[in-house]
Design a protein around this ligand. Structure first.
Ligand SMILES: *Cc1c(COP(=O)(O)O)cnc(C)c1O
Length: 226
């Protein structure tokens, strides 16, 4: 086995173990293998091992890498986990199956128009800035319910869950707990939370999607924007 396929197997085992020891895990926890900055050399072994859920944080990079891999490996589900600008919505809707970063009403409006035009409806997560960090993307927790009402209830978009990235260097548990509470209050079933360093904690708080890069593919070659 290659290094990345071996690391994938180890992470899948840790996810299963964390689910077993959790008091109330989600009905399932999907591993989104985050491939940003990484090339086909490390991605292919993971595809050959049967894995199909992958995450990228930049539309342009995903566009350069994934159409060929998607054609070669049927069933790939591609997740956009980085910020989405309205001028990239057309490309994003064409390429991604799941978008984790809906964070403002205007973006919902543009997504709605493009989904109708393209007749493609990626599953959407609303990104919540649980730490209320000024430099970070995501809707403030207090504004999340009205954004969800606008996107899901008024526009009819397939908003199914919430996503967060806790502040670096803080205990992530209160952030995961807040996201779980917001999802309950707004009737959303999916929770995208937990990365290489904290996915086991996220699973305890009901994560349905953990986004893991470094622990599978190693350190990134160049600093990736988040
Ligand atoms: C890069 C990234 C991840 C993966 O982070 P690792 O620490 O490498 O596991 C998860 N979520 C988002 C939004 C990212 O940008």
């Amino acid at each position: 086995m290659s290094d990345s396929a071996e690391a994938l197997a180890a992470i899948l085992a840790r996810i299963e173990a964390a689910r077993k020891s959790a008091i109330a895990p989600a009905p399932f926890t999907t591993l989104v293998a985050v491939t940003k900055t990484h090339g086909e050399d490390v991605i292919r072994p993971v595809l050959l091992a049967g894995h199909r859920s992958f995450g990228e944080n930049r539309v342009q990079e995903a566009k350069a890498k994934w159409p060929a891999l998607k054609a070669g490996f049927p069933g790939v589900e591609l997740h956009l986990i980085g910020p989405l600008q309205t001028n990239k919505v057309r490309e994003a809707v064409a390429l991604f199956d799941v978008i984790h970063t809906l964070d403002r009403p205007k973006l919902a409006d543009v997504l709605k128009a493009e989904c109708e035009r393209a007749k493609r409806w990626p599953t959407l997560f609303v990104e919540v800035n649980t730490g209320e960090e000024p430099q970070k993307a995501g809707v403030a927790p207090k504004d999340a319910p009205s954004l969800i009402a606008h996107a899901r209830d008024e526009l009819g978009l397939p908003v199914k869950g919430l996503m967060c990235i806790p502040p670096a260097g803080e205990n992530p548990a209160p952030h995961f707990a807040l996201l779980q509470k917001l999802a309950r209050e707004t009737g959303l079933a999916l929770l995208s939370m937990g990365m290489s360093e904290d996915f086991e904690t996220a699973i305890r708080f009901g994560a349905t999607h953990v986004r893991i890069g470094t622990a599978i593919f190693g350190a990134r070659k160049q600093p990736a924007k988040d």
